[in-house]
Design a protein around this ligand. Structure first.
Ligand SMILES: *[C@@H]1O[C@H](CO)[C@@H](O)[C@H](O)[C@H]1NC(C)=O
Ligand SMILES: *[C@@H]1O[C@H](CO)[C@@H](O)[C@H](O)[C@H]1NC(C)=O
Length: 285
C-alpha cells in the first residue's frame, strides 16, 4: 500500500506577557548543554526489522509565516539503524566519527519548505519507525554519538531543556511508524505543544482520515490561560510556558515534562488536599 500523509502547519501568534507571568525563558547552549533522555534519542538496534521497498509520500503545507521553514524526518530504518531523510530522497546516515559524546551531525539532512501556502512533497523510500516529522521555523540542530554497544544514536532537539542548542527555535513534530505498508501516526499533543500541526492520512483507496490539531495562535492562548490561573493560585502554571528573550511563546510543556526538568515544581501542590483527605477518617475515641 502506498500511503500519503499531509501535514498543515499553522501560525503561532506573538505571546502577550501578563503582569505576573514568569515564563521559562530559553537560553540556547552548546553540545555540552544537551540532556540525553529516552524522549530525545533514537538508538540503533541490531534487529533487522523489515524487507522490501514501501515508499510513503509526505506532503507538508506551510500555513505558518514568511520566515524560512525546514523539515526533518528522523527514525530507524529496516535494519534498525538510526537515520534521517536527506533532501535527495535517500536515507542519510550520521557519522559520529567514534565519539561517545554528542557531536553535531555533519552533512545535508535538512529539507527546505516552500513559502506560505505552498505544499512541499517528499517521499520516504521505505520502512521507517520511531519516526518524527519535524517542522521548524529556522534550522534545528541534531547530534550523534556512538553508544556502548558501538551503535549510532541520534540526539534530537529536546522540548523540555531550556538550554538545548535548538531551544529558541519554534518547532513541532508528528510521530509515526511506517511499517511494511502500515502506518501509525499521531500529533503527540500529550506532553507539549509547539507549532500547531494538523494531519490527514490518505489511504490507497482514497479514504482520508483527518486530525485537525490546535488552531493557529493556540500556544499564546494556552500561555495566557496558564498565566491567569497562576494569578489566581500562584501555583507556578506560568512556568509551563517557554518563551524566547523577547517574550514570544515557543512551546507549552505538560506538568509531567516540567517536573522531569525541575522536581521542585509544584512538589507541594497536593499537600493541602492530602491533609484534608487525612483529616476525614479520624478514628473514633
Ligand atoms: C538511547 O540510549 C541512551 C544511552 O546511550 C539512553 O539514555 C536513551 O534513553 C536511549 N533512548 C531510547 C529511546 O531508548
Ligand atoms: C505516537 O505514535 C508513536 C508512533 O506510533 C508512538 O510511539 C507514541 O507512543 C505515540 N504517542 C502518543 C502520545 O500516543
Amino acid at each position: 500500500m502506498r500511503g500519503l500523509v499531509g501535514i498543515a502547519v499553522a501560525a503561532v501568534a506573538t505571546f502577550v506577557t501578563g503582569t505576573l507571568a514568569r515564563p521559562l525563558i530559553v537560553n540556547p547552549g552548546t553540545a555540552d548543554d544537551i540532556v540525553i533522555t529516552e524522549h530525545n534519542t533514537i538508538n540503533s538496534t541490531s534487529k533487522i526489522q523489515a524487507q522490501g521497498a514501501n515508499p510513503l509520500e509526505v506532503d507538508v503545507v506551510n500555513n505558518f509565516g514568511s520566515n524560512q521553514m525546514y523539515l526533518y524526518i528522523t527514525g530507524t530504518d529496516s535494519n534498525g539503524v538510526a537515520c534521517l531523510l536527506g533532501p535527495d530522497g535517500n536515507f542519510f546516515y550520521p557519522n559520529a566519527g567514534g565519539s561517545a559524546i554528542p557531536v553535531p551531525i555533519q552533512g545535508d539532512y535538512k529539507i527546505s519548505l516552500g513559502g506560505v501556502g505552498s505544499t512541499t512533497k517528499v517521499t520516504l523510500p521505505d520502512f521507517l519507525i520511531s519516526s518524527r516529522i519535524w517542522v521548524a521555523e529556522g534550522e534545528l540542530q541534531f547530534f550523534t554519538l556512538i553508544n556502548g554497544d558501538g551503535k549510532t544514536v541520534i540526539v534530537e532537539p529536546s522540548v523540555s531543556n531550556p538550554s538545548d542548542p535548538s531551544a529558541s527555535i519554534k518547532w513541532g513534530f508528528v510521530e509515526f511508524n511506517w511499517n511494511n505498508g502500515e502506518i501509525y501516526a499521531n500529533i503527540t499533543y500529550v506532553d507539549w505543544v509547539g507549532i500547531s500541526m494538523g494531519m490527514a492520512l490518505t489511504l490507497g483507496a482514497g479514504q482520508t482520515q483527518v486530525v485537525k490539531g490546535l488552531k493557529g495562535g493556540a500556544v499564546q492562548h494556552i500561555c495566557n490561560d496558564l498565566n491567569s490561573q497562576n494569578s489566581r493560585d500562584s501555583a507556578g502554571w506560568d512556568k509551563l510556558c517557554m518563551t524566547n528573550g523577547n517574550g514570544e511563546a515557543l512551546r507549552v510543556l505538560s506538568p509531567n515534562l516540567r517536573i522531569a526538568g525541575d522536581p521542585t515544581w509544584q512538589a507541594e501542590y497536593y499537600n493541602g488536599y492530602i491533609d484534608k483527605v487525612w483529616s476525614k477518617p479520624t478514628p473514633a475515641t
